[in-house]
Write a protein that binds this ligand. Structure first.
Ligand code: FAD
Length: 389
């Protein structure tokens, strides 16, 4: 199915990856985003090997190696700073054949955007999609400013609060609160915070504090705290509330709170979506968080959006009955994979954040006894379920 045109709504990780994959498959691609300036929400993201493999296949291996952090170990510590488990990631890399890359979201977005535009893709900003007209031969996106765009298919990659999800489902599905708040940002690497080649995770009191190395001598950090929905989000409070929530925790956690710059910290209530009953209708496909926003506790939401883009472009370029037929095949394959990931990530979020404090305590105990190889095997299993083995 060459010479066809795709309209993509949303220029996040999902929309840009899909746009690039479709351009490489010979499609004309137009991406539209409602914002005037593309600014990712959040500071960093870990691209696990399944996401990296797809981006490698899209020709981005060198760019990723340049922006990826050198993360060779994972380390769990209790809130006093005592090591619970120290895990080499080398067995994981050997099993799955590709190292993971923690990256700054801004760097990843620049890489994807540059690749998409160099491949001849067209991005239009400041254009909010407000509706879809799905015809027999084509599909039309309607925008708030009265303009329209017509294509052979439409990809709705409009994020966790997707407006277009309703078009597919015929009803509104509200994102579900995962019960905790996440603060994240970047600080310079410094060995009094953590080792520069290690993902360090402090756990205790159903909370987490974490530091992950990125390229450019930066740590991506985050804090998780279980809180009711709707707590006040005020930049002026960030340092104080973190000091309060992490009172008595180890020295590096205190230093991190002292060093972070509140103006560049994101504070988010974490939500997921689904699993939902369908992600395709006619010539329209949901993709990424719009289809399956995932608790970040497996670090897989963005990787799933990347896998979606790859699988969609593959069906559209390797089958030739019709666009709706290719989209149905995409739906069948991706629903199985993403349903498993959304459910697993939700379970993991509940274990980490004390939904049942006894379960969380058991997890802390298990961390101290677990064979590091079992940890890397569990991560490898998730990675190996992706489309590129
Ligand atoms: P988004 O990035 O949300 O992009 C949607 C785009 O659509 C936006 O640019 C928006 O402006 C645009 N848009 C929305 N509505 C409209 C409209 N009506 N018209 C036009 N444009 C519109 N994933 C990982 O793989 N690894 C991690 O380590 C990881 N960590 C995470 C940590 C946190 C704290 C969070 C919250 C998430 C994390 N994730 C992680 C998940 C990951 O961030 C998301 O899965 C990913 O960003 C989803 O990308 P997307 O393109 O589907 O959606």
């Amino acid at each position: 199915m060459y010479g066809l045109k795709a309209i993509v709504i949303g220029a996040g990780i999902g929309g840009l990856t899909t746009g690039l994959a479709l351009r490489q498959a010979g499609y004309e691609v137009e991406i539209y985003d409602r914002v005037r300036d593309l600014r990712p929400i959040g500071a960093g993201i870990s691209l696990w090997s399944n996401g990296v493999k797809v981006l490698n296949r899209l020709g981005l291996s060198q760019q990723l190696a340049a922006i990826g952090g050198q993360m060779h170990y994972m380390e769990y510590r209790n809130l006093s700073g005592n090591v619970l488990n120290h895990i080499s990631l080398q067995p994981l890399v050997e099993e799955v054949g590709q190292r993971p890359y923690p990256v700054a979201r801004r760097d990843l977005q620049n890489v994807l955007l540059e690749a998409f535009e160099s491949a001849g893709g067209k991005l239009t900003l400041g254009t909010k999609c407000i509706g879809i007209l799905d015809g027999f031969r084509d599909v039309t996106a309607k925008f708030e400013d009265g303009s329209t765009a017509k294509g052979d298919l439409l990809v709705a990659a409009d994020g966790v609060r997707s407006l277009l999800r309703q078009y597919i489902l015929g009803e509104t599905v509200e994102p579900k609160y995962a019960g905790y708040v996440n603060w994240n940002g970047l600080v310079p690497i410094s060995t009094d915070l953590a080792a520069a080649d290690t993902w360090s995770i402090y756990v205790g009191e159903n909370k987490r504090a974490s530091l992950m190395p990125l390229a450019g001598n930066r740590f991506y950090f985050f804090f998780d705290v279980p809180l009711p929905k709707g707590t006040v989000n005020n930049i002026a409070n960030y340092r104080n509330e973190l000091k309060e929530h992490f009172q008595g925790w180890a020295k590096p956690v205190q230093l991190l709170i002292d060093r972070l710059e509140p103006e560049s910290v994101a504070r988010l209530e974490i939500h997921d979506v689904g699993p939902i009953s369908k992600i395709v209708k006619g010539r329209v496909a949901l993709l990424g968080d719009a289809a399956h926003a995932t608790c970040p506790d497996l670090g897989q939401g963005g990787c799933q959006a990347i896998e979606d883009g790859w699988v969609l472009a593959n069906y559209l370029s390797s089958t030739n009955l019709s666009v709706p037929d290719a989209l149905r095949r995409y739906e069948i394959e991706r629903k199985v994979r993403t349903t498993e990931i959304v459910n697993k990530a939700r379970n993991r979020a509940e274990t980490i954040h004390g939904k049942d404090p006894e379960v969380t305590q058991k997890w802390y105990d298990q961390l101290a006894q677990e064979n590091p190889l079992d940890v890397t095997k569990a991560i490898a299993k998730i990675i190996s379920g992706g489309p590129l083995h």
